[in-house]
Design a protein. Structure first.
Length: 345
């Protein structure tokens, strides 16, 4: 168990951020923990592609250091996101700028008996080592993750909006209590259910929650930053990895299944959108999840709002759609789909 004792100022400063760099690291941990052919649904197809990238693109070689590191590596190799929604370039700029003083401070904490061979270059020539690592991350990202990133980003945006609304409406206690089935919140201790046995106290800091598509239930914790304690957790939406990356805006053809009452009533596309709105979503998020053009999703949403079964409300610069009580009743009373259906454009 990792137990983090949070004082009131730290708890009150709970925030949420995304991190492309942390996605890279957790994707590599996912591959390392599952060395065989099968990683598990929905990651199998992506994992085969990623392993091919690592084998055939020599520029990705530096990222293999996370295989050598295993599940525990110094936090300076995956720094805290500098802003709530950073680009990979912004995070790699922070990585490249890691100072020799930071390495010298934290290496003895992680390796009291001396650093292993794989990390010594970061001590001996930090600028060169961090530069090569950042270049490797860029190459790996471009070939292994970037094709899926538009859909991932849409899913993460919705996760952040969902959690931010919960935080604003119900406070950090309710948010942490519902974060993940292996995260336990018993004020003032946040417990991550892991094989490690560690305990930390966060005093007058900030708790940063980082949802990750590649987590697959794995939880990570970063405590080296003087002002921030970061905890990652599994984001909703990982199922998108089971599909093809960067679709051209047309979903797969529907399977030949028996009659679906909701489809008969409102049409296949609108039925699929209704069922996808089990939690609030944006037009872009629905388009990425369902593999449809945003214009098609927008058309369906406009009709559903006009019918009074869906509502729309603004959350910052985004517009969220959610089921009205009539929509909830429509979906639940008519029942689930008689199989896995997707909308057609």
């Amino acid at each position: 168990m990792i137990r983090i004792e949070l004082d009131e100022p730290t708890l009150s400063r709970t925030r949420i951020a995304t991190s492309p760099l942390w996605e890279v690291v957790t994707s590599l941990y996912l591959l390392h923990r599952n060395p065989g052919d099968t990683v598990g649904w929905p990651y199998d197809g992506w994992a085969r592609h990623a392993r091919q990238v690592l084998a055939e693109v020599p520029e990705t070689a530096p990222v293999r250091l996370w295989f050598a590191a295993g599940s525990r590596s110094p936090d300076f190799l995956s720094p805290i996101p500098p802003v709530p929604t950073p680009t990979l370039a912004e995070e790699l700029a922070v990585l490249r700028a890691t100072s020799a003083e930071t390495v010298a401070e934290f290496l003895p904490r992680y390796y009291p008996d001396g650093p292993p061979d794989w990390i010594r270059p970061f001590r001996d020539d930090p600028a060169d080592a961090f530069g090569r690592l950042a270049d490797g991350v860029e190459a790996y990202w471009a070939a292994a993750i970037a094709p899926w990133w538009p859909a991932m980003r849409a899913a993460l945006d919705e996760e952040v909006l969902h959690r931010a609304r919960a935080l604003a409406a119900d406070g950090p206690d309710a948010l942490l209590a519902d974060l993940h089935d292996r995260v336990r919140w018993e004020r003032p201790v946040l417990t991550l259910v892991k094989p490690l046995e560690q305990r930390f106290a966060a005093v007058n800091q900030r708790l940063l929650l980082i949802p990750l598509i590649f987590s697959r239930g794995a939880l990570t914790c970063s405590t080296d930053h003087p002002e921030v304690v970061a905890v990652s957790y599994q984001a909703r939406g990982a199922a998108l990895l089971a599909g093809q990356p960067a679709s051209g805006g047309h979903g797969p053809e529907p399977a030949a299944l028996g009659p679906d009452p909701l489809t008969i009533l409102v049409g296949r596309g609108r039925a699929t959108v209704l069922r996808a709105l089990t939690r609030p979503a944006t037009t872009a998020g629905l388009a990425a999840t369902l593999g449809l053009a945003p214009s098609t999703i927008s058309e369906h949403l406009t009709a559903l709002v006009a019918a009074g079964v869906v509502n729309r409300r603004r959350a910052g610069r985004r517009v969220l759609y959610a089921l009205e009580p009539a929509g909830v009743a429509l979906v639940s009373l008519i029942g689930p789909a008689t199989g896995d259906r997707q909308a057609s454009a």
